[in-house]
Design a protein. Sequence first.
Lengths: 90, 480
Amino acid sequence: MNKETTDPRFKIAHREAWIGIGLAIFNFIWWFGFAYGLGSRPVEDYTYIFGLPDWFFYSCVVGFILISILVIIITKFFLTEVSFDEEEDV
Amino acid sequence: MNIGVIIPLLIFLIAIFAIGLISSKRMSTGNNFLNDYFLGGRELGGFVLAMTMVATYGSASSFLGGPGTAYTVGFGWILLAMAQVVTGYFVLLILGKKFAILARRYKAVTMIDFLKVRYNSPAVAILSAIAIIVFLFSAMTAQWVGGGRLIESLTGLEYTTALFIFAVSVLVYVVIGGFRAVAVTDAVQGAIMVVGTLVLLIGVVIAGGGIPAIMQDLFNENPRLVTPFGADGSLSAAYVSSFWILVGVGVVALPQMAVRAMSYKNSRSMHRALVVGTIVTGFIMLNMHLIGIFARPVMPGIEVGDKVIPLIALEVLPAWLAGIVLAAPMAAIMSTVDSLLLLVSSAIVKDVYINFIRPDAAEKRIKQVSFGVTGLLGVIVFLLALQPPELLIFLNLFSFGGLEAAFIWPVVLGLYWKYGNKYGAIASMVVGMLSYVGLHFYNEANGALFGVHTVTLPIVFSLVAYIVFSLAVKKEAYQF
């Protein structure tokens, strides 16, 4: 194997790791923003969606559905299929 | 004794045995025992991969301790639990394809194998083996206690008898079936968890007279139950957020998760597992913790948190259905225990015995030692679990945090940073573990430092140690 050049599959892997970090940061901001943005109001002012407190509904229920959709989109359009086996067999 | 509950549970246990036996039959056809027994021959498909990750991760704390705490603390604890959705995609995306490729190139069967070759250092391997054996051993004991308690509260049997039934069930299929049996039973158990939590959630909502009525009851009892800050207002934003490290992104460093990230067949399996894992993790966590809090108006006054789920299931569902639903936490505990057992066993057999004691051991001998060690470990944990330590959830979190502080940087930076070397890895593991244990006792005595969970600072310290020692001792680029 040529030791001088980096395996091109690693470039793909590095990109996908950054996607993971980006998604986690987005997930955290969404979760934190709605939970403490809406949740810090006086409890008498809460509204209820499907019976659940609004901060919780947006932060945890909508947040979870949104992240699931994003994962599906990322998997479909942004991840690349690569082979895991070594081209040159040892 | 409640026959209606016990029969579905028994059927569940028998089905699990059958799967273990079938998997072990398939195993005997493979030609590499270690690869097959501890890694399932690297041929997991997407669905099984996702389910075994969820099931391994979702343990007694997600099914008994967590909902029990939500019962006491309110919606703030569900918010905290939802940090776990991130594990569904983060572990596979971060370790990702690079880990899968390198693990194959290094012929790694365990996370320790990977570290040993990456850092070209026996010292790293020994240190990792010690960390895994010590920390996962305590995690495993906590889970066995949970399993025993659950059977106890369902059947009315004595704790010792209940624990014995649990131990025998787990040991039979782990010892004979190995990783593939564990992964396949995990998939079945994961499916049971999904269905079980949904049925129970619906049952609780109906028993409570609908969600708005439940919410009104909670509000009337204590308005703080519906805020993010906990029943006594003590859950700060910083504290809850720091659980993103402990039960979210830090999970990437847990050996039981990492080993799964090298076990899948191809990148299509991985992609499928990303989607399935994220959805299933979020679904289970949301449902289970909602059940915990909704149970409060339906059955007020439960003292022991771990008993909330079993009691509410018996209260709101017909007995036969409760039996099926309660197979879910049972499944969660068993699937965590089986993975941990196999992992500790692999650390001893593969990383200690073969590496340092008998490098030339024959295939047949390795086989005997593997079965023997796995069985013996089970017996030791059983004996420890007879004197159960209190507070299941915190014991479990203790070991998670210790392992994360030890392994996160040697694994992640070992994969992606070419200047990472063995000096950095050793320093990082030592600093991570020692500072975690030290800070744990400091926080116990004085309250959480800076108001965040114990794991936060040690992860920062171990990062600094990794970078400083890698660069200071010998700055040399590693050729992947």
